[in-house]
Design a protein around this ligand. Structure first.
Ligand code: MG
Ligand code: MG
Length: 268
C-alpha cells in the first residue's frame, strides 16, 4: 500500500531529509586520505543527535552503525571500519535519520583526494542519472518511467545498473511502497499521484551489473570488482511535479562545487 502524505507531512519529511543533508555536508568537510569510515560514522551519529533526530539505520534490520560506508567496488550497505581511506578511493556514504516520526534517507559518493578520470566520470554520470530519474517522478507517470530513464541514460555509457537493490517509498517507515527500480519499462508499474514521497537512488557499476554479497551478510560489492557509485534523494510530488526534500547544497558548499542542478526541482 502506498502512503500518501499531506503537505504538512511533506514539510516534516523535508526536515528529516535536511537533517541527513546537513550530516552529509559535515562528512564532506572531513573526508580525506587517512580518515577511517568508523571516525566518520561517529561524527555523523553525534551530528544527527545534536539536531534532535536519531540515526535511521542504526539497529534497522540490525544494521550496526549510523552510516553505510561503501568504498570502491562496494555498492551499498558497507559497514564502517578502522581502515583509513586512501588517495584515489571513492566512498559511497548512505545516511538515514528519524525526526518527528518521519525518515530521511540520502546518499552521495565522494572522491577521496584525486581520483582517476574514468571513476570521476562514473560519479558524474551516476549523479546526473539521479536527476534524469527524478524528472520522471511526476503525477501521471509510472514507476517504470523513472527506471527506464535511469537505465537508458547510464547504459548508454556502458555502465551496469544494479537489479537486486532498488529505491523505495519513504515516510513513517524507512522502506515503504512502491519499490523504485533503477531499470524498467516505460509506462509500466504503479502510477504516481500527488503526495507520494520516494527515495530515488541509482546504484551504477562501471562494469557488470552483477553483484555479490560479503559473508558479513551486509556488504554488497560488484561481481567484477570494478567501482560502483550511489546517489540518493528524497522527492515528493507537489502540484504534480517532483519537489526535492533533500539537498546536496551542504556537500557542495563544503567541496566548493557551484551548480544549479537542483533548481528545477525546488520551490523552497
Ligand atoms: Mg539510503
Ligand atoms: Mg534508500
Amino acid at each position: 500500500m502506498i502512503n500518501i502524505k499531506t503537505l504538512e507531512e511533506i514539510e516534516l519529511m523535508r526536515e528529516s531529509a535536511l537533517v541527513v543533508s546537513r550530516t552529509l555536508g559535515e562528512i564532506a568537510k572531513v573526508i580525506k586520505p587517512g580518515v577511517t569510515t568508523l571516525e566518520l560514522d561517529k561524527i555523523a551519529e553525534e551530528y544527527i543527535r545534536d539536531q534532535g533526530a536519531v540515526p535511521g539505520f542504526l539497529g534497522l534490520y540490525d544494521f550496526p552503525n549510523t552510516l553505510c560506508m561503501s568504498p570502491n567496488e562496494q555498492v551499498v550497505h558497507g559497514i564502517p571500519n578502522d581502515e583509513p581511506l586512501k588517495e584515489g578511493d571513492i566512498i559511497s556514504v548512505d545516511c538515514g535519520a528519524l525526526k518527528n516520526g518521519f525518515y530521511g534517507d540520502h546518499a552521495y559518493t565522494f572522491a577521496v583526494g584525486e581520483i582517476d578520470p574514468e571513476t570521476k566520470k562514473l560519479l558524474e554520470i551516476t549523479k546526473e542519472s539521479l536527476y534524469v530519474g527524478i524528472r520522471q517522478f511526476r503525477a501521471g507517470n509510472r514507476v517504470g518511467d523513472v527506471g527506464f530513464a535511469i537505465q537508458q541514460f547510464t547504459e548508454a555509457h556502458g555502465y551496469g545498473v544494479v537489479r537486486e537493490l532498488v529505491g523505495h517509498g519513504i515516510g513513517r517507515e524507512m522502506h515503504e511502497d512502491p519499490e523504485m527500480p533503477n531499470y524498467g519499462r516505460r509506462g509500466k508499474g504503479k502510477k504516481f499521484v500527488e503526495g507520494m514521497v520516494v527515495a530515488i537512488e541509482p546504484m551504477i557499476n562501471m562494469g557488470t551489473h552483477r553483484i555479490k554479497q560479503y559473508s558479513d551478510g551486509w556488504t554488497i560489492k560488484t561481481a567484477d570488482m570494478k567501482p560502483s557509485a550511489h546517489f540518493e534523494h528524497d522527492v515528493a510530488i507537489v502540484k504534480g511535479k517532483p519537489e526535492l526534500l533533500s539537498t546536496f547544497r551542504y556537500i557542495n558548499e563544503a567541496l566548493g562545487i557551484e551548480t544549479d542542478e537542483e533548481l528545477e526541482f525546488r520551490t523552497k
